[in-house]
Write a protein that binds this ligand. Sequence first.
Ligand SMILES: Nc1ncnc2c1ncn2[C@@H]1O[C@H](COP(=O)(O)OP(=O)(O)OP(=O)(O)O)[C@@H](O)[C@H]1O
Ligand SMILES: [Mg+2]
Length: 264
Amino acid sequence: AITRARARGGRGEDGDHGAAARMRRDIDGLGRARVDLERAKADFAALTERLLYVQEEERARISRELHDEIGQSLGAVEILLASARSQLAEARIQPADRRIEEARGINARLLAQVRDIAQGLRPAQLDALGLVPAVREHAATHLGRAGIALSLTGNVEGRRLPAPVELAAFRIVQEAVANVMRHAGASRVEIGLEIGADALAVTVRDDGCGFDPGVPAGEQARRGLGLIGMRERAAALGGSLTVLGEPGGGTTVRARIPVKEGGA
Ligand SMILES: Nc1ncnc2c1ncn2[C@@H]1O[C@H](COP(=O)(O)OP(=O)(O)OP(=O)(O)O)[C@@H](O)[C@H]1O
Ligand SMILES: [Mg+2]
């Protein structure tokens, strides 16, 4: 009996040690979870702040464009037309004609500017013609201006996809192209739009400087919102986004957006 009691006692002590160790591990785990949670909260707060800032920035930019560019040009047209009118009242046809021609020139530039602004806010081709023409127009215009070669491949031409999928894919390409022009120093870009059995694959590959996409979220938030926004757009539709790259080796952004069979 004594031996058994001792043996039990021994096991009991062992059990206490085991429980204490488990508890210590649990406490350590809780501590780490708390640190993770605090970090996630800080990231979220930083992102929210950044999002509001970006929204205000965007409004300020549009306001500036409307006021400075469009407003001033409209003012100039008004002055030219008023002056042409008073010249016409004095039957001075030639100078009046010159004023009107000048006004028409400004008006043509105005039209182009308004188209550019509207296009940036919401691409007209996307609703009217679908994903491929919208992507082609956007990428060719912007990369063309920067002298970057473009190739666009895939099997989506002439095919309509659900509107949220088209919009998400377009916005992802738009941000990826903006990033190429801002950060990559690339000479060529390949865009792929490939529809499979259950998903659309969007790929934007550049041959630029590349970067390390594996930086922590907090660091990312300080850098910008573009990559996060692309990922969110894909995730909102049940998809995913990966960024592959290494310094010096170019960058590839690849999104997968689920599309139901026979959808649209
Ligand atoms: N194609 C690319 N080539 C090289 N570096 C890139 C590329 N795309 C992104 N990066 C790097 O990743 C960072 C994060 O990109 P992200 O789009 O999130 O932010 P941003 O472009 O700096 O700012 P924002 O998009 O919010 O205006 C960039 O600052 C840049 O350093
Ligand atoms: Mg960006």
